[in-house]
Every structure is written in structure tokens, then in C-alpha cells.
Design a protein. Structure first.
Length: 233
């Protein structure tokens, strides 16, 4: 069944996350308190805030890399909160495209092999996975760099490969954690332009954590994380 226009694809309801104290008699650390978020298909939401407020931790909850202390995360009709580790892995491979600040490319593999990895993990044949990866390298304007290893690529090229790897599975949701944070201003602008264009072409539900207010303002909404909650910025 196709979702209605602007229907939320990703929903977080009444999220709380508290970490146990590191020492006896010390208080626990509460990052979130009654945090709510909805992101529709085709919408890019930027999340800004001071360091240490839990922006990356929130992405981890949305991607089922961690579980909330209380509350729920939904991807369409799927209750992400109660997935088993195996189910959570399938959810990330099927529904989530994740772009990190660091590219995390495997240095012993070529660019096209790195992009193909999520497909190979899904059980796609090597031939088909490499063919689809090659198409995505063209989409990130690296069609002539597929057989180069990570160390032979520039920082911007490495991040383009990581974007292709995140989107090669055609996910519903794009999560980006400071995707331009390690790049110079000019390269960062080009990478953000690419990320924004692909996000729109794929009609993804996107959440991007960034300290770059210029990039944040180019998104559909800007939310500030402070005091454990999200508010319009």
C-alpha cells in the first residue's frame, strides 16, 4: 500500500533515554524526555544543538542501533523499538541509509566493492551487487573511480562513496550524522548539494544532524535538541 502524500514514514513517540550512572550514588544521564518526531516521505529535517545534547544518540535510536528507555520508534507500520538484534539488522539493511561523519570505507576493498557490501549482506549475487553499485557510483559522479581503493580517493570522494553505499539498497529513510563535518567548506558544499539532490530524487524521509546552520536552513525543517526535547529552531 502506497503511503499518502506527506504521511509520516518515521515516527518517534515519547522517547526517553537514560544511561546508568558510572559510579555508585552518582546520578544517571537522561538524554531525552518525552521527545517526539515525525518525518514524511520527501522531507529533510535538520537537527541542531550543542555538543553533548544527544543528537547522534537520537539517530542511533531511530536506526535501532540502540533502544530507548521508554517510548517508541516506528517506520511505517513497523515497531522498531521491539526488534530482535537480527530483525534490527534487517531493518537497517532494508529501510535505513546511514551516512556518518567519517566514511568508514573498508580500505582493502575498491570503491565499487564498498558500495556493493550492503547488497551482498542481503544475499544479492556478486555480479548483480557490483552492477548496481556501479550505477550508484555514477549517480554520485564517481563512475571513473570504482576500482580505486579508499586511500586513493580524496576526502570528498570518500564521502560520495559512503553516500552511494547508504542509498544502493534504496532505503525509505536517510540518516546523516554530520555528513560534511570532516570536509573543507568548498567540498562540504558540493557533498551537501549531492546529498540533498539524491534525497529529493529518492523521496526519502531524511534526518540530518549538523552544526552547519547554512546547510540546516536549506532543509525543510530545522529542529533544535535541547533539554531532552526537540523544538522548532
Amino acid at each position: 500500500m502506497t503511503a499518502a502524500p506527506n504521511a509520516p514514514v518515521l515516527r518517534a513517540r515519547a522517547l526517553e533515554k537514560t544511561y546508568a550512572p558510572l559510579a555508585a550514588n552518582a546520578p544517571g544521564l537522561q538524554l531525552f524526555r518525552d521527545l517526539n518526531l515525525e518525518v514524511a516521505s520527501g522531507e529533510m529535517v535538520a537537527i541542531v544543538g550543542e555538543s553533548g545534547t544527544g543528537k547522534s544518540s537520537l539517530l542511533h535510536l531511530l536506526a535501532a542501533l540502540d533502544k530507548p528507555t521508554f517510548g517508541e520508534v516506528w517506520c511505517g507500520p513497523l515497531d522498531v523499538t521491539n526488534l530482535s538484534p537480527r530483525e534490527a539488522g534487517n531493518y537497517r539493511n532494508r529501510d535505513i541509509g546511514y551516512v556518518w561523519q567519517f566514511h568508514y570505507l573498508l580500505p582493502e576493498f575498491t570503491a565499487v566493492e564498498n558500495v556493493a557490501l550492503p547488497l551482498l549482506a542481503r544475499g544479492v549475487s556478486r555480479k548483480d551487487a557490483l552492477a548496481r553499485a556501479d550505477v550508484w557510483l555514477s549517480r554520485v559522479e564517481l563512475h571513473n573511480r570504482g576500482h580505486h581503493r579508499a586511500g586513493e580517493l580524496s576526502g570528498g570522494e570518500q564521502q560520495r562513496v559512503s553516500i552511494a553505499r547508504a542509498l544502493v539498497t534504496q532505503p525509505k529513510i536517510l540518516l546523516a550524522d554530520e555528513p560534511t563535518g570532516d570536509l573543507d567548506n568548498v567540498t562540504a558544499g558540493r557533498v551537501f548539494d549531492l546529498l540533498q539532490r539524491l534525497h529529493r530524487e529518492q523521496a526519502l524521509a531524511g534526518v540530518m544532524v549538523t552544526h552547519n546552520l547554512g546547510f540546516a536552513r536549506r532543509c525543510d525543517r530545522v529542529l533544535r535538541l535541547a533539554g531532552g526535547k526537540l523544538t522548532a529552531a
